[in-house]
Design a protein around this ligand. Structure first.
Ligand code: CA
Length: 230
């Protein structure tokens, strides 16, 4: 009798057990598969692109594709990216109204990154039309022989900013001293963490993060794909 009961119960148990096993295998396969597809394509896809409200944006705000740079004024690769890839991107896609370009500060190089970003955010707040030129001039001032050198200083910022008639130097100085735009820096740092940015520059096309920001052909193909799918 005992034996019979046991036999009765076991098929159901087996079914439950098998279902669990199959479910577990499927879950593992799904995870492995998604990891594979990402690494094969040298990119990581996020569910949503970084929000760019309050960030400096270049180009048509209604452009269908958004390219975001996570950059650091102290980083030599960001300077190089700005000189080699950025002009092509602006010429090919931003000026044609297909792409809007946004910049988010990364503070991987300590106090100088912070000072440069505070200054840039202050310039953006008081004179958005001066922002991108100031941004470019700040990168230009980065010494190409020794980026570790102390070069983002108060004096350097004043020197660069004084070439812009629309920048109120006194306001800029006050903003730096009082860290008026610290909130903006914190907002940027939160995005850096949320999107797990490890290197600068990190480039994202809509929600897709490139492994190699210097692969312009890849950037182009991602933009074209997004344009086709719009
Ligand atoms: Ca910002």
């Amino acid at each position: 009798m005992k034996q019979k009961q046991k036999q009765k119960g076991s098929p159901l148990k087996t079914v439950v057990f098998l279902t669990l096993i199959i479910f577990a295998i499927l879950s593992v396969l799904l995870v492995v598969n998604s990891m594979k597809s990402d690494s094969n394509k040298n990119k990581t896809t996020f569910e949503k692109q970084p929000p760019i409200d309050g960030q400096p944006v270049l180009g048509d705000v209604n452009a269908p594709v958004t390219v975001v740079e996570f950059g650091d004024f102290k980083c030599p690769a960001c300077k190089a990216w700005g000189e080699s890839i950025y002009p092509q991107l602006i010429n090919d896609y931003v000026n044609t109204g297909n792409v809007k370009f946004a910049y988010i500060n990364v503070l991987f190089h300590g106090e100088q990154s912070k000072l440069g970003s505070l200054a840039a955010e202050s310039v953006y707040k008081q004179s958005p039309e001066s922002y991108w030129s100031f941004h470019k001039e700040l990168f230009k001032a980065q010494p190409s022989d020794d980026h570790h050198a102390l070069w983002i200083t108060n004096d350097k910022i004043v020197e660069i900013a004084s070439a812009f008639p629309d920048i109120d130097l006194q306001q800029l100085q006050e903003d730096i001293t009082n860290q008026t735009e610290l909130e903006e820096l914190n907002k940027d740092t939160k995005l850096v963490e949320e999107y797990n940015v490890q290197l600068t520059p990190t480039i994202m096309v809509n929600g897709i993060m490139l492994e190699d920001p210097f692969d312009y052909e890849k950037i182009k193909s991602l933009i074209e794909n997004e344009l086709e799918g719009k």
